[in-house]
Design a protein around this ligand. Structure first.
Ligand code: BES
Ligand code: ZN
Length: 459
């Protein structure tokens, strides 16, 4: 084992260069013009996996390709070896707005112990950390105590729509003891974390159609409805002053927080004033009766992600816009069903919509929340590996982000996910100037190296 750890240290600067190579691909899954960049990125991952000694293949899907890479299987020696699937994604969020980046998003830049670039933290750096750990085993001839299969997809940031079918097709090869995922966060560099819950999600697009074309607002304004105004009024009704979503039935199925969990949340490092400053807001806002940590990880929300209508260019243009559109996601907590929430939202919006505009609602991806007990032997093994790598006591987290595919892993492969994320709160995931902390990268590799030992022993 020491040889594995030494190898990781000796090869640190090369690994960082490789992460730069990985980040250079503009693998933006949401934008059709990047289709070939996603493919090129997936091919790079395949080649990289082959170079470190894995058997890797590129699997075509209706969407972006999935990379599958396996450790060479040792000959069966009596007892069945444990098998773990390591999941990650090579696609990234759109980098816009470009002008807020200090250096171009796909030209990685290292400053101190930070590597800047879109996808550095979410999720390229995190999945590369696991590949580096396995490389260290394979290149030093150290026997792995388990079999590993990497599944690295290209559609996580757009709802993982091809992966479910793929898991069904490949079920026999992918049956495993647990899924290991580093695509979540840790509160500070001194608080490595095991995440035991994620929020679910339901995505929508609401468009209000008004006049058949943009109109002169002086000539016609006042006699027709303004779709932008109507949309603002409509959306404004969906949240009350206490931060509660007003869609009837929205909270019906929400699993309440236990006193025990609330006590655990209260123990996490959190300073309200610092948090407010860090986010650059004049005051925090959230559902009344819950702390910010609870609000952002264990309570459902309604978020407008984008709002578009009318003239967006320089100067002014006096029009009544023909349409107005909002991109919306609702974050869900355990027991809330995306299909039901979509139905409730549709009904409610249609009821609220005035007759002066026509409403069009398109629903997108959806996923249930995820919750797993953090007390089982695999979770304990993950906590040991985190402690060995980071040298401090790990914490248990519920997180607000979503990884839609974890539920399919559970349903199709009947395996739980161990979420051992390496992202820091100031990594700027989905924001301009995303970065990955190179200490998290190094310690993540150590964690992965230890994890296989700990899981195979106790898990
Ligand atoms: N890595 C995130 C998910 C995440 C981040 C979980 C932080 C917990 C803490 C992932 O890449 C992501 O952004 N997922 C999307 C999913 C969506 C597009 C379906 C999300 O949560 O917005
Ligand atoms: Zn993401």
């Amino acid at each position: 084992m020491q040889r594995v750890l030494d190898y990781l240290k000796q090869n640190e600067s090369r690994s960082i260069q490789e992460l730069c190579d990985y980040v250079r691909f503009p693998s933006v899954s949401a934008q059709p013009q990047h289709r070939s960049d996603l493919r090129a990125c997936a091919e790079w991952v395949v080649k990289h996996c082959q170079a470190i000694g894995l058997q890797a293949e590129l699997c075509a899907t209706k969407g972006h390709p999935i990379v599958v890479a396996r450790t060479p299987r040792a000959k069966a020696q009596g007892a069945r070896r444990p098998h773990f699937v390591v999941y990650g994604h090579y696609d990234v969020q759109p980098p816009e707005p470009f002008d807020l980046w200090k250096s171009p998003p796909f030209e990685p830049r290292i400053e101190g112990r930070s590597l800047f670039g879109r996808g550095a933290s979410d999720n390229k750096g995190q999945n590369l950390a696991h590949l580096k750990a396995v490389e260290a085993y394979l290149k030093t001839g150290t026997e792995l105590p388990c079999d590993l299969t990497f599944v690295i997809e290209g559609e996580e940031e757009v709802g993982s729509s091809s992966l479910e079918e793929f898991l069904k097709e490949r079920r026999a090869d992918l049956l495993c003891d647990a899924i290991i995922i580093s695509d979540t966060g840790m509160p500070t560099p001194k608080h490595p974390a095991l995440t035991y819950a994620l929020r679910g999600i339901a995505a929508f697009q609401v468009t209000l159609h008004g006049p058949s074309r943009d109109l002169h607002s002086g000539i016609f304004g006042g006699s027709v409805d303004n779709p932008a105004m109507a949309l603002c009024q409509l959306l404004g009704k969906l949240r009350d002053k206490n931060g509660r979503v007003t869609i009837p039935g929205f909270y019906d199925e929400v699993a309440p927080l236990s006193a025990y969990e609330r006590k655990q949340f209260a123990r996490l490092p959190f300073k309200e004033a610092e948090y407010r400053k860090f986010l650059g807001v004049p005051a925090l806002f959230g559902e009344r009766g819950f702390t910010p940590i609870e609000q952002r990880s264990a309570r459902p929300t309604f978020e407008i992600n984008g709002l578009t209508s009318g003239y967006q260019g320089e100067g002014s243009k006096t029009i009544v816009p023909a349409w107005a559109r909002a991109k919306i996601t609702v974050r869900l907590v355990p027991n809330q069903k995306p299909a039901r929430i979509i139905r409730l939202l549709r009904q409610h919006l249609k009821k609220l919509c005035p007759p002066s505009v026509r409403i069009e609602i398109k629903s997108g991806h959806g996923a249930e929340a995820y919750l797993v007990s953090p007390t089982g032997p695999q979770a304990q093994a993950a906590l040991r590996a985190l402690k060995l790598a980071f040298g401090c006591e790990p914490v248990l987290l519920r997180e607000g982000g979503s990884i839609p595919i974890v539920n399919d892993f559970k349903k199709i492969l009947r395996a739980d996910a161990l979420l051992v994320g390496l992202a820091l709160p100031d990594d700027n995931a989905h924001s301009p100037n995303e970065k990955f902390d190179l200490d998290c990268f190094a310690k993540g590799q150590l964690m992965s190296a230890h994890l296989w030992q700990e899981l195979s022993r106790g898990g």
